[in-house]
Structure formats: C-alpha cells, structure tokens
Write a protein that binds this ligand. Sequence first.
Ligand code: TTP
Ligand code: MG
Ligand code: MG
Length: 403
Amino acid sequence: MERLGNRDRTEAHRLSEREVSESNPAAQPSGNFTGCLDSARHDEAIFGVTYCPVEKTPRSIIHLDMDCFYAAIEVRDRPSLRGKPVAVGGARDRRGVLTTCNYEARKFGVHSAMPTFMALQRCPNLIVLPTRFDVYRREAAVIRGILYRFTSLIEPLSLDEAYLDVSGHPGAPGPLAQVIRGTIFREAKLTSSAGIGPNKLIAKIASEMNKPNGQFEVRPEEVSRFMQDLPVRKIWGIGEKTERKLEELGVKACGELQRFSRPELVDLFGKFGLDLYDLCRGIDDRPVEPDRPRKSLSTEETFAVDLTTLEQCEEKLEELFQDLMADLAQKESTREITKIFVKLKFNDFTRTTAERAGLAPTLPDFRSLLNEAFARTGKPVRLIGVGVRFADTEPENAQMNLL
Ligand code: TTP
Ligand code: MG
Ligand code: MG
C-alpha cells in the first residue's frame, strides 16, 4: 500500500484543523458574507465584470486597546510614579529591550521594542521597571471579564486588545464604547481607547486616532470620506514592501488606490489584490471570531488507496495516534478528556464514529474503537480520524484560557 507523500499529510493535518474548528462553537460563520462573495470575485477576476460588494447586514464593531498597558499597570500600582516617564523591560546592562513605556516617556521618542540603553540616552530620567507578566495576565483577565458583560462576541488579539461585535446590542455603539471604557476605568483604574466602525478594518484604524484615553467613531455613511485620505499603510496586509511598491505607482492614500480596477490589482498583488480592492474602500467582511475553548481535538487522514483489511487500518491508526498525542501535548495539555473516538469514512462516502466515555487516550483503547467501527460495515475505508472530546471549561477558567 502506497503511503501518501508529505503534501497529502499536510492536507490531512489541514483537514484535522478544519475538524477542530467545526467543533468549536465560536468558529461558525457570523452570517455576514459567505462563499458566494468569493465566487462572485472569482468570476469577476476571470471575466473582468464590475462587481461592487455591499455589506448585507450593517455591523457595529468596537476595537478596544488599553493605553500603554504594562506601563499603566506599573504606574497604577506605584502612585509615586505618576507623571514621570516610565518604561517596562530588560535592564540596560543586560542588553534589555523595552516592552512599552508610558506617554510621558513617548514625548522623548522612547517606544516599544527599543533597546533600554537607547531609551535612556533619549530620556535619562526614564524609570525602567522589570516585567511582571503574571500581573499583566491577571489584569487582562479582569478586563476581559468586563467586556463579556456587554457581548459574548469578543475576539482577543493580544493581552490588551480585542474586537467586540456589538451589532446585537440595543445601545448605539459610540456611547456603548464610552460606557465600556468607563467601566474598565472605574474597576481596573486603567485607561483604554476604542475605535468604532462597521467592520474590523475601520474599528482597528479608528482606535488609534484618539489615543490615549479616547475614542473615534466612523459611521457607515462616513466610511467613504474616512478612507479617502487614509495612508495605504494603515490597511492590514500592507507592510513596508507593498507600501513602497504603491508609492512607486504614485499611490499614498486609499483614495488613490481606489482608481485601480480589480484585474489591475490582481496583476500587481496576486490574490491579495482582490482583498485590497475592498479594503481601500473600507469594506472588510471578516467576522469577529470568538476564541472560545475547543470542544474536541482530532486528526485524520484520507488515503490515496482505500484500506480493505482491519490490519491495514490498525497500522494507520498507530500513526494517527502518535500525531494526535503530539497535537494534544502542544495545544491542549491541561484539558480534561471525557471521550475518545475513531471515525471511519468508507469508499461510498458513508461514515461511522465509535466513541466511548471514560477511556484514556491510549493506543489499545483507540484500537478497540477501530475494531468496533470497522466491524459495522466491512466496507473499504478511505479515511480514518482519531480524536478526543474535552470536558466543558468552567466560565472562569474559560476566561483564563483565553489569555
Ligand atoms: P500595545 O497595545 O501595542 O502597546 P501599549 O498598550 O503599550 O501602548 P498603546 O497605548 O500604544 O496601545 O501592546 C500592549 C502590550 O504588549 C504593551 O503594553 C507591552 C506589550 N508589547 C511588547 O511586549 N512588545 C512590543 O513590541 C509591543 C508593541 C507591545
Ligand atoms: Mg495598547
Ligand atoms: Mg494592543
């Protein structure tokens, strides 16, 4: 029996990833754009049709980002530092680098990722404190707890920022962002900034505009005006290289980029050109994807040639078992496992799953499930999957797991 090459193994892993996301309740489509948009884009890319996507359901997205997060926590906890330039990071004599600094220090040109010695040259009075990651993580959990009072549709981007989809909230999003930021300040004594817009692209760009301790809202009818003069670099996916390429074409602002047709952008930037066509118009259909704990983890493989005997299946099972164990150790080493399962797909595309509660993920137990599933039909097997299901996480732990 010929074994699949590396590419196919990768594909098998990709499939297993898809399975993971299917079993994650948060990964369901948000109901905004679906594949039909992609196929329309595809047709246009081929036929050069002019196609103008319109966001079907207006959304309200808030991007919330804490102000000089680590430094703000340190200053809050040491009131004598208030008003002084403060940074957090490694020591100068140990070739340290700053994680961040407060706004007083930024006036001197000090910033994140700057070597500490350089920061001290620019600002000799800079107070450099060591990092206390456990404290920052705990604070992030408190803040996230506050956010969850307003919506469960939260996509954390890092410890100090998240997207919130507040489309379903009865309040207007601008005042709502004000209330959220006010609550964080009251309860955590930390300031934050927010951007409010009809999608993630706009919300993220807007949250920087009135930083620190401010917010900026772009209403749907203001998007076109907002994008006109916006530097192209503000768009996600445009790095230094693309910015330079665009500059050579005489394009600095999104309004100028809007003059290019879709086929022209595809010629210039490949597939990203299609995104760019929308993004420079302020159109971004990416849903807010909550990062809830996955319910199961599995790995599977589709075979180039169907397996016809139990022995052949057992041989493959062992390899899949090793993959699953490695995946488990890496991604979910601490979760309680409630069930293990083996899934078979047959050459007629029917499938069956044998699963059992209370078994540890051991090879003999997976083997017994394989036996059970195989015996159900005896048909040639085109795919085997092995996996585990996890116990539900307590809400409090769930929040910690997000960090
Ligand atoms: P940011 O939100 O990028 O920065 P910030 O919160 O310090 O400042 P701003 O007011 O501009 O939002 O990052 C959040 C935290 O992540 C930051 O406080 C420290 C950490 N961090 C690093 O450790 N290294 C880095 O290079 C950056 C940018 C941040
Ligand atoms: Mg921040
Ligand atoms: Mg941030």
